[in-house]
Design a protein around this ligand. Structure first.
Ligand code: HEC
Ligand code: HEC
Length: 280
């Protein structure tokens, strides 16, 4: 009897530890939510939905006047993905835009924003990346018509956690270091985000088919936009892609991921958007 119980307990052990892995849970929450690396790194079917069994396998092309960028395969496949990289090398790629061979990762990967990602969240994302299904998919090389920088700034070695005590401060972390909202929504000045006009919008994005859309002004100056929406309407727009008037926001944003962001984080995100400096 005793032996049977002991072996039963032993048999249960791996299950229990698999269920309780806070680092992986955090990684999953981030990756299936606000961080949404898959919006660029998971190839999409013709109807725009991400192909589930090719999660993070790369090959999705993003075109702009200055580049034809192809998102890399970031599954654990050893030949065509990042299966041979160490944790520190993956974190270096995310926050410093540098591969193990020293080469620089080009746009539109939002490195300038990921520089603010905390050590523990970067580790949580790595934990998630490790358990994604390896997919063999050799991706064509990106072409840049501009020289890439030598670096994105002094190497980021360590970033402390942002405590979730102050909604505006935590919302800033969500919208910058994790979700890079402010990358698309901050106007460019000489190719870089003009941080004096954070969230003022106006960036143009080419869509497949040739049309161009402009990112919205998210600051309180936009009386026709979110400044006039209730908190719930903003959250609903991010979860569903639908504005309060029923019109659809063009799906460049990761609505399929943002629907998994929890209420607590949305409270902070909205508080931050409300606190942005009004900019026309
Ligand atoms: C806006 C699109 C976009 C987002 C979001 C994005 N990436 Fe990327 N990423 C790219 C592109 C494009 C490349 C290839 C750039 C090049 O060819 O230099 C790339 C390259 C990489 C590489 C280099 C891989 C290699 O083999 O060279 C890694 C690692 C990576 N991304 C990880 C991530 C992770 C992790 C996230 C989320 C935290 C993320 N990326 C979010 C677009 C994106
Ligand atoms: C890849 C670029 C990109 C990212 C990342 C991004 N957005 Fe957007 N966003 C856009 C574009 C482009 C539009 C305008 C789409 C349209 O005109 O239909 C838009 C529209 C919006 C709107 C609708 C505003 C209005 O007045 O209609 C809101 C709200 C919004 N974004 C908030 C956010 C938040 C919050 C985040 C981060 C969680 C975010 N966006 C991340 C590109 C982006």
């Amino acid at each position: 009897m005793l032996v049977a119980l002991a072996s039963l307990a032993a048999g249960l052990m791996p299950l229990q530890s698999a269920a309780a892995d806070p680092l992986l849970d955090r990684g999953r929450y981030l990756m299936e939510g606000i961080v949404a690396c898959g919006n660029c790194h998971t190839p999409k079917a013709a109807n725009g939905t991400p192909i589930a069994d090719k999660e993070l396998a790369g090959g999705f092309a993003i075109d702009a006047p200055i580049f034809h960028a192809v998102a890399s395969n970031i599954t654990p496949d050893k030949e065509t993905g990042i299966g041979n990289w160490t944790d520190a090398q993956i974190i270096d790629a995310i926050r410093n835009g540098r591969r193990p061979d020293g080469s620089i990762i080009g746009p539109p990967m939002p490195i300038a924003f990921y520089r603010g990602m905390s050590d523990s969240d970067a580790k949580a994302i790595v934990a998630y990346l490790r358990q994604v299904k390896p997919v063999s998919n050799k991706v064509e090389r990106s072409v840049y018509k501009i020289p890439l920088p030598d670096s994105y700034g002094p190497p980021v070695e360590s970033v402390p956690d942002v405590p979730h005590t102050d909604n505006v401060a935590y919302g800033a972390y969500l919208a910058n270091g994790l979700g890079h909202c402010m990358d698309c929504h901050t106007p460019l000045d000489k190719g870089r985000n003009d941080m004096k006009r954070l969230g003022a919008g106006g960036n143009e994005f080419g869509l497949p088919g040739g049309s161009v859309i402009t990112s919205a002004n998210l600051t309180p100056a936009n009386k026709h936009g979110i400044a006039g929406w209730s908190d719930m309407q903003i959250v609903s727009a991010l979860k569903t892609g639908q504005r309060p008037n029923g019109s659809h926001i063009i799906p460049l944003m990761a609505f399929g991921w943002y629907k998994n962001v929890n209420d607590e984080d949305y409270v902070s995100l909205v508080a931050y958007l409300r606190a942005l400096k009004p900019a026309e």
